[in-house]
Design a binder for this molecule. Structure first.
Ligand code: CP
Length: 294
């Protein structure tokens, strides 16, 4: 495998993370128009739906001067039974210099040991979502200029959330504190559990998560109004947040379920800012995997 792969946040040291965030901030300021030294041929292989991640990677690729193509599973030889390994290896042999992959299987990349071009993981099942984690970290860092003792409260379907799984460990590694809320059956680290009303008052950043029904093996029969009142972010709960505290959500948002509709663009919300940061982070990731400097 390529040593520049970005598959999980464990592939990145604290120094790597801080360099990526720094580069992303330069992309929003002095290095807006910076491009790679040569136009790279890259492919996006999305085996699951995506709006933000897919099109943020594409925007980053275009801005950096890459030639980017989007793999279409429906019209590919996957439909004739070709394996993930053979599909990705084919892209390598066709001259593609890096691939971005989203796939429903946890740790799909374990099958790709024989691929030598860099792979950026755009989400594996319930496992990891490193580029989302980095854009969440950038959004927190822009707000507080540090991670030391920052309190992050993540609420909702944590068990099925690759976003939460990437962020919990990483923020702790960076010196922050994490607590988890929502239905107890979806909190897979019990020792971090905190009641919703306590959590919103404790946090510097409250991250709400969508219920990921597509990953559930049993049907959840909860009415959306009940869910919002029991575990969601309501105007009443926002009143309990610290004055400087912010609202995050990786999106897509199910308005009126995990968060009240009017809070999505509340003054505390950084939800659309996270999306904007997603392009900056992906530009920084391509700069890293192609080992270029400003
Ligand atoms: N946050 C995120 O991964 O969104 P998409 O599924 O739209 O890419």
């Amino acid at each position: 495998m390529n040593s520049n792969n970005i598959l999980t946040m464990n592939d990145l040291s604290v120094n790597d993370i801080m360099k990526i965030l720094h580069d992303a901030m330069l992309f929003s300021n002095s290095q807006k128009d910076w491009q790679l030294s040569k136009s790279r041929l890259v492919a996006n292989l999305f085996f699951e739906p995506s709006t933000r991640t897919h099109y943020a990677f594409l925007s980053a690729q275009h801005q950096l001067g890459c030639k980017a193509v989007n793999f279409m599973e429906e019209t590919s030889s996957v439909k004739k039974g070709e394996s993930l390994y053979d599909t990705v290896k084919t892209f390598e042999m066709l001259g593609y210099e890096a691939v971005v992959i989203r796939h429903p299987q946890d740790q799909y990349f374990q099958q790709l040991q024989g691929v030598h071009i860099p792979i950026i993981n755009a989400g594996d099942g319930c496992g990891n979502h490193p580029s989302q984690c980095l854009l969440d970290l950038l959004t927190i860092y822009q707000e507080f200029q540090t991670f030391q003792n920052i309190n992050l409260f993540i609420v909702g379907d944590i068990k099925h959330s690759r976003v939460a799984h990437s962020l919990i460990e990483t923020l702790q590694r960076l010196g922050g504190n994490v607590r988890l809320g929502g239905p107890k059956e979806w909190v897979d680290q019990e020792e971090l559990y905190m009641d919703i009303d306590q959590g919103v008052a404790w946090a510097d950043a409250v991250m709400m998560l969508r219920i990921q029904r597509e990953r559930h093996t049993t049907i959840t029969h909860q009415k959306k109004e009940d869910y919002l009142q029991m575990y969601g972010l309501t105007q009443e709960r926002v009143q309990k947040m610290k004055p400087h505290a912010i609202i995050l959500h990786p999106a897509p948002v199910n308005r009126g379920v995990e968060i009240e509709d009017c809070l999505v663009e509340h003054e505390k919300s950084r939800i659309f800012k996270q999306m904007e940061n997603g392009v900056l982070i992906r530009k920084a990731l391509f700069k890293k995997i192609f080992q270029e400097e400003f």
